[in-house]
Design a protein around this ligand. Sequence first.
Ligand SMILES: [Zn+2]
Length: 669
Amino acid sequence: MKKLNPKRERGVGLVSRRGFAATFATGVLAAKQAAPPAAVPAAPPTQSTSAPPRRGLEPETPPFGETIEFKRKLVPAKARAFRMAQVRLLPSVFADCQKANFDYLKRLDSDRLLHNFRVNAGLASSAQPLGGWEKPDCELRGHFVGHYLSACALMYSSTGDKDIKAKGDALVAELAKCQQKLGGGYLSAFPTEYFDRVNARQKVWAPFYTVHKIMAGMYDMHEHCDNAQALEVLKGMADWADHWSASFPEPHMQDILNTEYGGMNDVLYNLAALTGEDRYVAAGDRFTKKKFFNPLALRRDELRGLHVNTHIPQVIGAARRYEISSDERFHDVADFFWWEVTSARAYVTGGTSNGEGWLVEPRRLAAELKHGSNTTEDCCAYNMLKLTRQLYQWTGDPRYFDYYERTLLNHRLSAIDRETGATQYYLSIAPGAWKTFGTENESFWCCTGTGVEEFSKLNDSIYFHDADGLYVNLFIASELNWSEKGVKVRQETNFPETPATTLTISAAAPVTMPLHLRIPSWVSSGASVKVNGKTVDVMPSPGSYFTLTRKWRNGDRVTMELPMGLHVEAMPDEPTTQAILYGPLVLAGKLGSEGLTKEMIVGPLGPSLRRHPTEVPGFRASGADLNAWIQPVSGEPLTFRTRGQAKDVTLVPFHRLFGERYSIYWTVA
Ligand SMILES: [Zn+2]
């Protein structure tokens, strides 16, 4: 989320129209990035794996001209997600994160959440206002309430908990009263005067961004909780946005789109798909920022200088537009954007952005990391995961899940305090950094919002299906109830602590179906699949599905062994700057907690390395074999220790390390 804090806007004139809130710490050490092919699909399967081709358009022909036509033509999905209510998490680190988030959602007081909405609508409220970005004078106030609605809806879908649904339902009812008081369409915690400022191109934070969160929250409450009132509220808001955006000539609306507007296009397309009303597509199309989409549709990376999380939601909208229209231009925008960000602009954790922006040319990540320690804003990772699962469904290519898994395990699991449910803003990957977290009631950042959503939907991408078969994409302890097929699958694992998983089938009558098991690209030699204890006599191939088609009977068991090995990924522009991984896990070197105070951990957007610098050791590799100088610590799973270095370091999975300084990028001689 682009923040407006003039004191912090400096040194990034290249990046933004108004500048980012980048606090640039000293570049303590060089850093680097994964060699793309190992980390992510080198390209989606529709493309060449080298230079993505353009689709027959001359570069000077902008694919998005003045008008954008719409014809409804749905794109059939190759693989579909299950309803979240069909998948339940079993005990694991993922369930722990879900529980911490669940408790946080329950602790938040509804009257406090509603306060600014009621005040804005002229309704009585005696609640104590919340702080941070929900403060009564913050221009983004209300944004978190939208995220909160989505989180309640997703959490209900994930757990079936009736109290969390009731809390969401009650908020919808109270917000509907505010909407009625405001005339039945517009709904926000701030006055429409903010939109007058958008129109006049005067300084204002991001009113459409905020309204989008509320609309998405209403959409989710309808989608997951069957809340009919939420749909009515959403339609009122959409009608207002349609009317507002239709009142300007196209060039002026394009100028308006320079103010961050979240995923307005996405929610309007979703509403169009739900209601069958094309006018919502027309409204969504007005939020097509052509100067951003045109180069992407031509497969050109002109992302340098852009604010990252302003733009990812727009691409999620483009992906949705393709799904309801089959319009290839929107396909190309989403397809190329995903490919470019994951292969050329993502760090080893899967996270992207520095100081919220893309500061340099593609594949120059070591240079980018030297710009500062406020790297990989959480919202960006959240939204890239959303986009990834969406694109996966078009092709069913398992390599999308190499990126998904990498980002989920290393970035997202790192970003939540498993005791308090507090989430992060920046997950710093600068050498010598430490993890910082928001407060209970005084933060409410954009990333707090996407955080409560993320940890309410950890079950949404484990399993997918087509008409016949089941796809197992993530190794997370869980139970799937494929009721339409009359089959249940229980996945028992403590992956990634143990590199294996077991699936047990329950079926009242035998079921014939293909079972597609994802074999990750990181699997080292010795992967195996057993059915009822008997090894299948075919070698699984990394980066593909291993398909077992048979008549499944009650009690059948499938076991997968997915051996991990040590490997490094070097920055593309600085080969001596390397990250060390074990299977999909990014390893962080423990650098101690000396000098870290609670104030340095709880409250800040990120760690200030400029004020609190530290020394980070370098390594000397004694040959190509990592095992020669990085060895497992006996009795401590997934823990390693360097050997023979000037200063030896203990390495643990990044997602397990809290309250301590770390490095994940090292200078390796
Ligand atoms: Zn954010």
